[in-house]
Design a protein around this ligand. Sequence first.
Ligand code: HEM
Ligand SMILES: *[C@@H]1O[C@H](CO)[C@@H](O)[C@H](O)[C@H]1NC(C)=O
Ligand SMILES: *[C@@H]1O[C@H](CO)[C@@H](O)[C@H](O)[C@H]1NC(C)=O
Ligand SMILES: *[C@@H]1O[C@H](CO)[C@@H](O)[C@H](O)[C@H]1NC(C)=O
Ligand SMILES: CC(=O)N[C@H]1CO[C@H](CO)[C@@H](O)[C@@H]1O
Length: 326
Amino acid sequence: MKMTSRALVAVGIFGLIFVSLTGQSYGALEVGFYKRKCFVDVERVVAAVVREKFFRDPTIVAALVRMQFHDCFVNGCDASILLDGISSEKTAGPNLSVRGYDVIDAVKTAVEFVCRGKVSCADIIVMATREAVYLSGGGRYDVQTGRRDGNVSLATNVRLPSPSISVNQSVEAFKSKNLDVTDMVYLLGGHTIGVAHCSLFQDRLYNFQSTGRPDPSMDSSLLQKLRSICPQNSESSRTANLDQNVTSAFTVDNSFYKQILAGKGVLQIDQELAFDPKTKPAVTTIASSSSFSEKFGQAMVKLGAVGVLTGTEGEIRQSCRAVNTR
Ligand code: HEM
Ligand SMILES: *[C@@H]1O[C@H](CO)[C@@H](O)[C@H](O)[C@H]1NC(C)=O
Ligand SMILES: *[C@@H]1O[C@H](CO)[C@@H](O)[C@H](O)[C@H]1NC(C)=O
Ligand SMILES: *[C@@H]1O[C@H](CO)[C@@H](O)[C@H](O)[C@H]1NC(C)=O
Ligand SMILES: CC(=O)N[C@H]1CO[C@H](CO)[C@@H](O)[C@@H]1O
């Protein structure tokens, strides 16, 4: 009650000093978190490693973008997808084809060398993905950092949407992660790169919704093409590009939206996006807009904030593949 304003200022300053000495931040991600944590620019170290991997294998862009989605959608962006174990998230059906773990390991080794014990695996996923999107020609966005790593990873937690989900169900799935319809439409633009295995769209080619006929919404030339890649009743490990525009199948750009408007969506959900009244207006706008890169980056930042651990929650893993032993 007798506290003067000078005393209040002193308490405030003490608080700031305390926070900066203990290095704790309370619950917030920020752009450039590692600037105060490390003597070297961690984001540049990440960039160098990803660049080297990218020039050997440009498909790491798709691998990393999908990895960020799967990490963030299951138990928040806490690197739980990276944990090895006989029943960890990695072992669940939809995650089996997630790749890029080697890229994350290489980045972790490099950042540990320059700033030991400070950089989380959850942040590495987000920083590496940003770099990969940029290298593909998809523009550069600022990422927030300050995530900490979780220590729980269970295949039974993996409830990822199936490719035959309806737009309404997909809207619900994204909403449960605080992502709105617009975010969803931009994020599904992640399908502007990468591939899908035949088994995940085979029904659309031969027996759509048990009709014995193909999906009538599929462009007929695409149908012929996909049927030749994925013959009926074959156990095919073959794949088709998610973006059917050959000149941009490796580039994070808006051509995916042009393709789905032309009936050339490979996954059922991608095709529905172009025809459902809830999403068609956004798809049409994005298909003819020049701001996709920027908006996609913003949506990735929003995705990157889902269910994060910050401050003193979780830990900084020593190896991205295992929780620390104490
Ligand atoms: C309703 C939501 C989604 C569904 C149902 C879905 C489904 C799928 C399926 C079935 C595949 C093919 C997997 C395979 O054959 O191995 C795939 C691939 C992919 N997805 Fe999604 N996805 C969704 C959302 C997203 C989001 C939000 C992103 C990123 C922002 C994303 C990025 C990717 C990428 C980059 C690939 C290609 C992976 C590669 O080539 O290695 N997906 N997705
Ligand atoms: C999707 O939800 C809307 C209401 O938000 C409803 O009017 C529409 O019938 C639903 N569509 C389908 C295919 O269930
Ligand atoms: C195909 O990709 C190129 C290069 O990104 C783009 O200029 C063109 O508009 C795209 N065409 C279609 C039909 O998607
Ligand atoms: C996981 O982390 C939580 C809190 O961050 C802690 O309570 C728990 O003991 C940890 N579990 C293991 C197996 O390390
Ligand atoms: C599409 C797909 O592979 N779904 C599988 C995902 O993983 C769960 C749990 O392991 C399986 O039950 C699904 O069939």
